[in-house]
Ligand binder design. Structure first.
Ligand code: NI
Length: 393
């Protein structure tokens, strides 16, 4: 592996930073520990620091040894800094000190890898132009990436392209995957309220049963995937909650169903929403219930642009060898709020191998831990990306 020697040298320091961040996890817009930690480390490295965007976001700005001269003059590198509402079960000496909060998605590692690259690039400045180090809060559920964009991230810190990275359990350490086009799904949520007429459980004919109507909806909604969507188009429609009734002998007056829809294409997303409305209205009419659908679009699909994905893959190959970079992985039905940044600038979101996904070492698992051996590899990818995109010569 052609990991940058200086980053190998920094590995013990960076590992201690990663474990410090791991022990102090905080969630959406409350990541004050990470935010302060990042700002301090960037300032120590002589990097200009801007705090307060999206509450706990931090942006570091670093200029190379000469002004930008090519087509690309400024690059954005983004790491997410937030944790999850999970009670850690690793038993590690550096496990979470904050009850109910845990770095179970490796954002502690993402933060550290970007800090490592920032430190190295501040020492060497072997690039032409500007790097914006973007440390983004609230990736999980709350769309910190969207908030940063809304607060004018790329107007205040202009970049020509932007890059993201996520560790990937199950992909061997020292391997990368980058896919051109949609790589992570759009994430929508919905709520269906079914209103019938409550009655005695022994006399159903005197009421209108919202549980029977809701059950028909659960089944019929599956046909949007199996009968209305082309087999080659990806769509997931999952009901995750069904709430109705409180006791044995009463048919309740209403039921609430909730769930999520995942898609890659806006056309499939539009058709899924319209199909849901049609099915729900139809079953309500057939059963005599009334039903409403609240459909909320959360994260858009994460779509990598072609030229930047080639840059990313070639840079990864520079670090780990061409044979260890995959450019045709299957897309993932999970979602990612880096999508909002990719909606504003071309770029690429790459997966970095975190090693085996055994013994609970899976994302969002209470036994997960970021693989510290990935730190110099990921930091080298970031540093080389800047040096290759913004060459001095
Ligand atoms: Ni994550």
């Amino acid at each position: 592996m052609a990991v940058i020697p200086r980053l190998n040298e920094l590995k013990p320091t960076l590992t201690s930073w990663r474990r410090d961040l791991h022990a102090h996890p905080q969630t959406a817009f409350e990541e004050t520990y990470a935010s302060g930690f990042i700002a301090t480390r960037l300032k120590e490295a002589g990097i200009e620091v801007h705090q307060g965007m999206a509450k706990t976001g931090v942006v570091g700005t670093l200029k190379g040894k000469v002004p930008g001269k090519g087509k690309v003059k400024a690059v954005g590198l983004r790491a997410d800094i937030d944790a999850l509402d999970i009670t850690e079960q690793t038993g590690l000496p550096y496990q979470s000190k904050f009850p109910g909060k845990m770095h179970a998605c490796g954002h502690d590692g993402h933060t550290t890898m970007l800090l490592g690259a920032a430190l190295y690039l501040a020492e060497t400045r072997n690039f032409a132009g500007t790097v914006q180090f973007i440390f983004q809060p609230a990736e999980e559920n709350e769309g910190g990436g969207k908030v940063m964009c809304q607060e004018g991230l790329f107007e205040k810190f202009p970049v020509d392209c932007v890059f993201g990275m996520h560790n990937w359990p199950g992909l061997p350490l020292g391997e990368f995957s980058a896919l051109t086009g949609p790589c992570m799904a759009a994430f929508d949520v919905f709520e269906i309220k079914v209103t019938g007429k409550g009655t005695h459980a022994a006399m159903p004919h005197l009421g209108i049963d919202p549980i029977v109507a809701g059950s028909q909806m659960v089944n019929a909604l599956q046909t949007i995937v199996s009968r209305n969507t082309a087999a080659i188009d990806q769509l997931v429609l999952t009901i995750t909650q069904f709430h109705a009734g409180d006791t044995w002998n009463v048919i309740p007056g209403d039921a609430t169903l909730r769930g999520t829809v995942r898609t890659f294409s806006p056309a499939v997303q539009d058709a899924a929403e319209a199909g849901m409305k049609r099915v729900i209205d139809g079953i309500a009419a057939a059963t005599g219930c009334t039903a409403t659908l609240r459909y909320e679009r959360r994260y858009p699909a994460t779509i990598n642009t072609a030229a930047e994905t080639v840059w990313a893959a070639e840079t990864a190959a520079d670090v780990v060898g061409e044979q260890n970079v995959h450019t045709d992985p299957p897309p993932c039905m999970g979602s990612e709020d880096f999508a909002y940044m990719l909606n504003e600038r071309p770029g690429c979101y790459i997966w970095a191998g975190n090693g085996p996904a055994d013994n609970g070492r899976m994302l969002h698992n209470a036994k997960y831990d970021f693989n510290d051996d990935l730190i110099p590899v990921g930091a080298s990818y970031w540093a080389r990306l800047v040096e290759r995109l913004l060459p001095v010569e």
